[in-house]
Design a protein around this ligand. Structure first.
Ligand code: BGC
Length: 469
């Protein structure tokens, strides 16, 4: 096991070195969208709580409360509230997707709507989701459905959320219900969005519900989330037996794994080793667990998790990656994370101060091509108040994907985050991630194209798709 760990560490360090640098001329000269694999999914992504509006779940409570010292949980002091009101404006959203020329849409279903109380199912909510995915398929837009995107029903949170095993059976039962209802229209499922982010934000950093701050608890949460994924994948395979698109398979299953480039601030041994450890936890552990079927997480003297999870091995049909940015790490052994992350002063950043590093997407596609699954980029995007920086961001990141694809990486999809502006969790509604801008001052939540819509359309046309004129 020690050998495996060292081998993984070396591999990840090597993968971070030999860094490419894209030139503006290369990006400008590329015909983006041309020559991708047949069946490539080009789309946009959202999540229920961030766009639907009117939800009532563990986040609703979090948004309306504060830390013990009085600081609000949500930085800009907004709440998700009506959000983009997609619950009532889904038809408009389908038009947005058609305008883009998208052939796929990644959305999530909200557990708290479907099962507001344990064992009580809201059939009308399920009917609405079924109508949505039916509408998408009829419009030539493949639905990719996420079952869990950060929010929990209040009754699940009250039992401890991801902190204990009580969540496993209810999540499986919820999966069965959704699979049975939507399976006739949905083949591509993402069981859980960003397992590591759930563990880190909610249970280690404590900036999302339930606000806990324990590395040990976070590690057990991550292991449990992967176990929930395994149960959910098995339930999907058993209860969605209808091949909706006639390609010979009724289910196609993965998770959306959040990856970030981890770069050592200096070449010092300490910075390098700490960066390698962080990289292994953040980027590699989840994927290795899915490959081996064994969850292995440890912190010397604190905890050691090393166990086989039935059903985890072979639970992925594809690897979903969400890529946004790079962290530069300086070792700090006094910090629970062993390092501090920063962005060097000369780097371009987005509205949230994140390093804009398109080469990282290329690096990860190359790195994860060592695994046996085709890759889908399930999220990539940037917060951009004016929308003026997004076209270059989209072009550069799509160039990264296309370059990896040209070099043989089996990448089969790209989903821009996000179709429209959404509630950005602890940051509130201030960050604007949308290809379409949402007017939050207008109860009609008017959607207006940002400049990147034209960029997306150009990629779509080059890929042989037809944006609605
Ligand atoms: C999450 C989204 C979020 C996006 C931008 C991803 O980690 O899946 O819900 O809005 O990042 O921060």
């Amino acid at each position: 096991m020690r050998f495996l760990f060292i081998a993984a560490l070396l591999a990840s360090l090597l993968a971070c070195n030999g860094r490419p640098s894209f030139s503006a001329a290369d990006i400008d000269g590329a015909t983006l969208g041309k020559g991708l694999r047949p069946g490539f999914l080009l789309g946009a992504a959202t999540a229920a709580h961030q766009v639907e509006g009117g939800n009532s779940n563990d986040w609703t409570d979090w948004e309306n409360s504060a830390y013990p010292d009085g600081r609000p949980h949500i930085q800009d002091q907004t709440v998700s509230g009506l959000a983009a009101d997609s619950w009532n404006r889904f038809d408009e959203d389908v038009v947005l997707l058609r305008r883009l020329g998208a052939n796929s849409y990644r959305l999530s279903v909200e557990w708290s709507r479907i099962e507001p109380e344990e064992g009580k199912w809201d059939e009308a909510a399920l009917d609405r989701y079924l109508a949505w995915v039916t509408k998408l398929r009829a419009a030539g837009i493949e639905p990719v459905v996420t079952l869990h995107h950060f929010t929990l029903p209040k009754w699940v949170a009250a039992k401890g959320g991801w902190s204990n095993d009580d969540i496993l059976k209810p999540f499986e039962t919820f999966t069965v219900k959704v699979a049975a209802k939507l399976g006739a229209q949905v083949d591509t499922w993402c069981t859980i969005n960003e397992p590591t982010v759930i563990a880190v934000e909610g249970y280690i950093d404590g900036i999302w519900p339930p606000g806990h701050t324990s590395t040990k608890e976070g590690a057990f949460v991550l292991a449990r989330v992967m176990e929930a994924h395994a149960h959910s994948a098995a339930a999907l395979r058993a209860h969605d037996t209808i091949d909706a698109d006639g390609d010979g398979r009724a289910t196609f299953i993965g998770v959306a794994h959040h990856v970030r480039i981890m770069q050592a601030a200096t070449d010092s041994t300490l910075d390098t080793v700490v960066t390698g450890l962080t990289d292994d936890f953040a980027n590699e552990a989840v994927v290795r667990a899915a490959k081996t079927g064994r969850i292995q997480l440890s912190s010397p003297g604190d905890f050691e998790i090393d166990r086989e999870v039935p059903g985890l091995k072979d639970s992925f049909d594809y690897l979903g990656l969400n890529y946004y940015t790079r962290d530069t790490l300086r070792a700090n052994l006094g910090d629970p994370k062993l390092s501090n992350s920063f962005v060097p002063a000369d780097r371009p950043v987005n509205d949230l101060g994140w390093d804009i590093y398109p080469e990282g997407l290329y690096l990860y596609l190359k790195r994860f091509s060592k695994y046996p699954w085709p890759i889908y980029i399930l999220e990539n995007g940037m917060p951009d108040e004016t929308g003026e920086a997004r076209p270059a961001f989209l072009r550069a990141h799509f160039y990264a994907l296309q370059k990896a694809s040209d070099e043989g990486v089996d990448v089969r999809g790209y989903f821009h985050w996000s179709l429209m502006d959404n509630f950005e969790w602890a940051e509130g509604v201030t960050p604007r991630f949308g290809l379409f801008r949402v007017d939050y001052d207008n109860p009609a939540r008017t959607r207006t194209p940002t400049p990147a819509v034209a960029t997306f359309q150009e990629i779509a046309r080059n890929a042989g798709l037809k944006p609605l004129e």
